[in-house]
Design a protein around this ligand. Structure first.
Ligand code: BES
Ligand code: MN
Ligand code: ZN
Length: 505
């Protein structure tokens, strides 16, 4: 999709379909919708009276114009209750409009900026929300076969603003929204690509290519480099696979590291999680195919770094992504093994399926080298987070109040919800090992599996403000939701870009 800002009266725009909107309870629409209604001889008001056009949030009504307007179709999308109207309502309305346009087979769509007029929202933020939601909703999974990626997708989106004075703000929102959403789309493609293709090598090469395109520094550590750094816990997970592990470091503003605040983002990059010898069985085995998504954290980090570069954020941002496959072989780690990582602390492997926290342990240790103002890790870490929260919010664990506030603010601003979870000191007792410094799972104790996983990570943080986001429950949508069609969501990209954009020392 190619969103283009345009100063025009929506009634004059040529497109396969034009999108206008309606608040709930309005009988006589005003503004752009009123102008379209007038051109249609009051047909929208008639449909409202009939009860076929309700204004309920995300509800759509398709109307054919039969020559009354240059566009053959008008879509009225509901904005819901005016009292509860916000940017998230704008996103849902825009997404539902794109879904309906796809259904109608429209290739060229023009839309007004929901909320920028009577809605009273900041026009730049509203335009950004419309574009992000439209691109994210227009997504279709990559396909490896002979069929094309999708049946029906919108090719161009004209973002129409009547007021010439507001056009620059709208254009800026379109630019920012496009960068962020296209970054998330890049992550979705990597996540959805099968693990036999999207190996650690493939992901490292993708990161290198992307870095060269947008001007990031990219360093790829090979197995030997990681070994020389003492990353024995990361490499323990990698041992079972014939695919060589990679540890990718992406850096934005690397040459200005001394003058700018440093933020480190770390992402779990398990390209496939079989569980290892603690093999996934029963219910987990039936959905094992989905474990190609276990590198969502890493793909999200690539995407956030891409956006940071293209938005030219005044920060030194470092992305750390340990990439490997969790497999079974004669070289694989066993339950009961003990490994020493970069910090010198040792881990007893209770379950080889608790591999994400192991690779992140060395990434968090490495993060300390940058003397960061904050470290945020993203991971599809536990099934337990889904038991606690369902597919409604990712879990947030944080050792610093100010950092937690910043992340919760970014979550509220983007609609990518976070819910705070506890890091009580007593959880440490559950992962105390008889033979090593710590064990990688509290099993056979199953309670609070999500908190003990976070407690394990905390043990490897090195004196910086740190947050851990467990998004295992948010990373794959099935069924789809508005903005998140079925499949990889790249949840967390919009959230962390917002977090970085709002960073003030
Ligand atoms: N990648 C999984 C997390 C996961 C599990 C996501 C199920 C979605 C559904 C992670 O590596 C894992 O296997 N976690 C285990 C930890 C356990 C062995 C302590 C889990 O959550 O079952
Ligand atoms: Mn696992
Ligand atoms: Zn995993």
């Amino acid at each position: 999709m190619n969103p283009i800002p345009l100063q025009a009266n929506i009634t004059a725009v040529t497109a396969d379909l034009i999108v206008v909107n309606l608040f709930e309870g309005v009988a006589q629409p005003g503004g752009a919708t009123g102008a379209v209604d007038k051109a249609l001889g009051g047909r929208i008001a008639e449909l409202i009276a009939l009860g076929d056009c309700t204004g309920k949030l995300g509800a759509t009504t398709l109307i054919h114009t039969f020559g009354a307007l240059p566009a053959p179709r008008v879509l009225v999308v509901g904005l819901g209750d005016r009292q509860r109207f916000d940017l998230q309502a704008v996103r849902v309305a825009a997404a539902k409009a794109i879904a309906a346009a796809r259904q109608a087979g429209a290739r060229h769509v023009a839309t007004i900026v929901h909320g920028a007029g009577v809605g009273g929202l900041d026009p730049q933020a509203a335009a950004q929300a419309v574009v992000e939601a439209s691109i994210l909703e227009n997504y279709a999974m990559p396909r490896q076969g002979n069929r094309p990626r999708s049946d029906s997708r919108v090719e161009t989106l004209t973002v129409v603003e009547f007021s010439a004075a507001q056009l620059p703000a709208v254009a800026e929102g379109v630019r920012i929204g496009r960068i962020i959403a296209e970054s998330a789309v890049m992550a979705r493609d990597l996540i959805a690509t099968p693990a036999n293709i999207a190996t650690p090598t493939y992901l490292a090469e993708s990161a290198q290519r992307m870095a060269a395109e947008v001007g990031l520094r990219c360093t790829v550590l090979e197995r030997d480099d990681a070994a020389a750094l003492g990353m024995g816990i990361f490499l323990a997970v990698a041992k079972g696979s014939d695919e060589p592990p990679k540890f990718v470091i992406l850096e934005h503003n690397a040459d200005r590291a001394d003058e700018l605040p440093t933020i480190v983002l770390a992402g779990k990059g398990i390209t496939f999680d079989t569980g290892g010898f603690s093999l996934k069985v029963n219910a987990a085995g039936e959905t094992m195919w989905r474990m190609k998504y276990d590198m969502t954290g890493a793909a999200d980090v690539f995407a956030v770094l891409r956006a940071a570069a293209l938005l030219d954020l005044p920060l030194h941002v470092v992305g750390l992504t340990p990439l490997c496959e969790n497999m079974i072989s004669g070289h694989a780690q066993r339950p009961g093994d003990v490994y020493r990582g970069m910090t010198g602390k040792t881990v007893e492997v209770i379950s080889t399926d608790a591999e994400g926290r192991m690779i992140l342990a060395d990434a968090l240790a490495f993060a300390g080298r940058y003397r960061p103002q904050a470290v945020v890790d993203l991971a599809t870490l536990t099934g337990a987070i889904g038991v606690a929260l369902g597919p409604k919010a990712a879990g947030l664990f944080c050792n610093d109040e100010r950092l937690q506030e910043r992340l919760l603010a970014a979550a509220a601003a983007t609609g990518e919800r976070l819910w705070p979870m506890p890091l009580y000191d007593d959880y440490a007792e559950d992962i105390r090992s008889d033979v090593a410094d710590v064990k990688n799972s509290a099993l056979p104790v199953k309670n609070a599996g999500v908190s003990t996983s976070a407690k394990f990570l905390e043990y490897f943080t090195e004196g910086y403000p740190w947050a851990h986001i467990d998004l295992a429950n948010m990373a794959w949508a099935d069924p789809g939701r508005p903005l998140y069609p079925k499949g990889a969501t790249a949840f967390g990209v919009r959230l962390l870009v917002q977090f970085l954009r709002d960073w003030r020392p």
